[in-house]
Write a protein that binds this ligand. Sequence first.
Ligand SMILES: *Cc1c(COP(=O)(O)O)cnc(C)c1O
Length: 438
Amino acid sequence: MQYYSTIGQADKATLCEAVVNGLAPDGGLYMPERIPTIPKAFFNNISEMSLADISFVVANLLFGNDLDSEIINDIIKSAMSFDIPLVNISENKYILELFHGPTLSFKDIGVGFMSRMLTHIYPMPRKDGRIVNILVATSGDAGNAVAHGFMNIPGTRVFILYPKDRLNSVQENQVSMSDATNVVPIEVRGSFDDCQAMVRNAILDPEINEEMVLTSANSVNVARLMSQCFYYFWAYAQLIRLGVNTDNLVFSVPSGNLGSLTAGVISKRMGLPVKRFIASSNSNAVFYDYLKTGIYHPRHSKATMANVMDVGDPANFTRLLDLYNNNHEKMSSEISGYTYSDEQIKETIYNTYATNGYVCDPHGAIAYRALSEGLGNDEIGIALATTHPAKSIDSITPVVGVNLNMSRQIHKKQSEKRVECIYPTISALKNILLNSIK
Ligand SMILES: *Cc1c(COP(=O)(O)O)cnc(C)c1O
């Protein structure tokens, strides 16, 4: 399968090129040239299949022409090795817990898959001895997942750019205290959007590319994007197993960079019977406004308690436009938007705990609230819960007053690193990158 750029000025790329380059040379995002359809027979026994079985079938359809089935199987077995339970919260509303991976964020799914695929198609260490440098901008979760994915893989170095003062204490500990020697955290005096723009500029910079081998691990990477389809199919399978009528299935997707939502739309195009999607966001309402008005107006992001979704110019928006042929009416008839303030997020965390005994994290709370407000009686709704509530312990404890069971990973005390803090300019980043190979 070949991959084209959403801008359309670059040559089509092979899977290998698309995964290694991250971004197309014209600055566009790669898209698969066709979306394969799942054979109908697959749905006959989907309820008996494991998460790994289902992921394998989906991955094989997407990547099977480019990679050996055995390799795909190896990648899946090791990347999809944790539980993704579906929890019934009330009547027709469910929560899909995507946060049981190694860094307690759903980013572990796409990043775990992508890092393993990269090491298969692009063996590291490289024969010529050059280091493969992986750049990632993070709003809190992706950086940790990427650091974990590449931790101590010989021949790699990971640069994590994150916005100063915008991560919560658990996220910042995770990112700045990684004890892997190949992980370089960089604090940026700016927003996540600044970090994302710096990574993009670095990937496209001729001088840096002359000097070093670079790739990006952000959700713009096709391997990361496409592997997020797995959990949509898995969620559906679990509903079937429960004997639930899935005729009118709705997913509520907590959205930042819109990678997860894009994967949902691709899953539907592959034949997963989804009726519609809800894009739920915090008060950074760029996509919400687009759905309402048809006008896309990127702007600076505001800090919110669902901080991983503090995005003012979502990268995957261009992929959604591409999937809907730039047709606002079509997109907004299949995706509806909801946006919530911090006060409303807290209210939802409180109410869901008081009424259902379930502790939501702020991102999952947004998705769940949108279901509560937007789901019809004849619909079945699944809200994606994207990060473990213990990762937001500082903001959740005052709301629900319970002692969250902190997990092992978070407690682990690691050696503190000296973290460089730079201004959001490409030259500052360039300095660090070029110095690293001296
Ligand atoms: C990354 C992230 C999101 C947003 O996902 P996108 O694919 O960027 O829209 C939501 N919640 C959490 C916890 C995340 O880490």
